[in-house]
Write a protein that binds this ligand. Structure first.
Ligand code: SAM
Length: 442
């Protein structure tokens, strides 16, 4: 352990935006306790693995990583190791049995207790925080150590009340609690004053948000009026809660971006029933149609699971035809992964890994051609792009995002947070290349 004030922490993050933002919250708490961040495990006094248990693969990677950290701890017994997030909530005490050198196990609803749990681990050798009750959560918003702007996440709700038969999230994150709108808006105002001009509202079921008379639509209207807010996004939406009011807010609120992530999961009504998704393919399509008519140039992204128990070839063809019919702009697709205790694990008709893998490849190949075609159709058009850094390739290009959530690379000396008009000159399936227009040339 270093001297007081010189302690260093490292947080490794798996999974969704909620996990990324939980990491920012924990970083803020740790910095308030005098820690500073490091990228180097060998110089860290505290290493937290912020984990995801949505699929088995993500979970097993955590245990692989823990094995390597255990060897580090042999040389440096003062190092504190914590497993936090969804795997922690799900596996609980079993983590200590599997990796006895772990000091702290903490579920996602316990973030505000991080400091106390670390102290307890130092004092008693070990600590665990798995409270998952539905009391209003303490949102440690003021302490959050955010990534550099111009984009910032803001939690509007925690937990999920859906009961999709494949999903572990309601078990690990508990049931829904909603943050008070005054608190949310105060955070948005604070962020906008600091220069964060793109705000993304987060919740596992974000469009189910409600508090008193307010719902997600009214939150969007109120956040739009905060000076300095230029773009608003929200994720993840459930198709069953996509009320007309929210779709109209996407149409009417000027700062709401023309992109929606709307997980479909399957294009077969039979499978959607088995998943207990609570909507049909026709209802899903009616939402897409409404928004395409209401919001010019809207882009859609989605999630699919292939190989859900009992999925026939015909069901899978239904998913491919949904893909062709909607022409999504981006698709995240996964092979079904049985999660402990979920109802789908007790269903008949499990598919072999070979079949699941072949279906996944077929879906991804189809989407690649759709995506490339859709992106190529944008060549020659100009978009307003918000610069958020430089690309992964060290090629001197700046990187930005359109309102419709497409990544564009372009040559410019523009700083993070600036808005530029960029004309698209080349298109790949996953990104666009462009050139900035002289002001007024669009
Ligand atoms: N709120 C989202 C929704 O409407 O379903 C769920 C978010 S979940 C963290 C992200 C994605 O992981 C899901 O949309 C689903 O496609 C995928 N997923 C969840 N459970 C899975 C499982 N057991 N096997 C494979 N993929 C899964």
């Amino acid at each position: 352990m270093g001297e007081k004030g010189a302690k260093r922490y490292l947080i490794e993050t798996w999974g969704c935006q909620m996990n990324q933002h939980d990491t920012e919250k924990m970083a803020g708490i740790l910095e308030g306790l005098g820690y500073s961040s490091t990228e180097d495990p060998a110089s860290a006094d505290l290493i937290l693995l912020n984990t995801c248990s949505v699929r088995e693969k993500a979970e097993s990677k955590v245990f692989g990583r823990l094995g390597r950290l255990g060897r580090l701890k042999k040389d440096r017994p003062d190092l504190l190791i914590g497993v936090v997030g969804c795997v922690a909530q799900q596996a609980g005490e079993a983590i200590f049995r599997r990796a006895p050198y772990v000091d702290v196990v903490m579920g996602p609803r316990n973030l505000a207790r991080l400091g106390a749990l670390l102290e307890e681990a130092r004092r008693d050798g070990r600590s665990i925080g798995l409270a998952r009750d539905d009391d209003p959560i303490e949102f440690p918003a003021a302490a959050t150590a955010r990534a550099a702007g111009p984009r910032a996440y803001v939690t509007v709700m925690e937990g999920c009340n859906k009961s999709c038969t494949f999903c572990i999230v309601p078990t690990t994150r508990g049931s829904e609690v909603y943050r008070h709108p005054d608190e949310i808006l105060a955070e948005v105002r604070r962020l906008a004053a600091q220069g964060y001009c793109e705000i993304e509202f987060l919740g596992q079921n974000v469009n189910a948000y409600h508090s008193g008379v307010h719902d997600l639509a009214s939150l969007l209207h109120m956040a739009d009026r905060v000076p300095g807010v230029r773009r608003l996004r929200f994720t993840t939406s459930h198709p069953g809660h996509l009320k007309t009011g929210i779709m109209n807010a996407m149409r009417d609120v000027p700062t709401v971006c023309n992109h929606l992530h709307l997980p479909a999961q399957s294009g077969s009504d039979r499978i959607l029933r088995g998943m207990n998704r609570g909507y049909t393919r026709a209802r899903y399509l009616s939402r897409i149609d409404y928004l395409r008519r209401a919001v010019p140039g809207i882009a859609f992204s989605t999630d699919f699971i292939v190989g859900f128990p009992g999925e026939t070839d015909e069901d899978f063809r239904g998913t491919l035809s949904l893909l062709r019919g909607v022409e999504f702009d981006q698709v995240y697709a996964f092979a079904y992964s049985p999660r402990p205790g979920t109802p789908a694990t007790r269903m008949d008709g499990g598919l072999s890994d070979e079949v699941m893998h072949a279906r996944l490849q077929e879906l991804l190949a189809l989407q690649e051609t759709i995506q490339k075609r859709r992106n190529e159709a944008l060549v020659g058009r100009a978009f307003e792009v918000l610069v958020d850094g430089s690309g992964r390739l060290d090629n001197g290009l700046a990187k930005g995002r359109t309102g419709c959530n497409r990544i564009v690379h372009f040559p410019a000396a523009a700083g993070r947070g600036s808005f530029l008009e960029v004309r698209i000159t080349r298109a790949n399936a996953h990104s666009l290349i462009g050139e900035p227009l002289a002001p007024g040339a669009a």
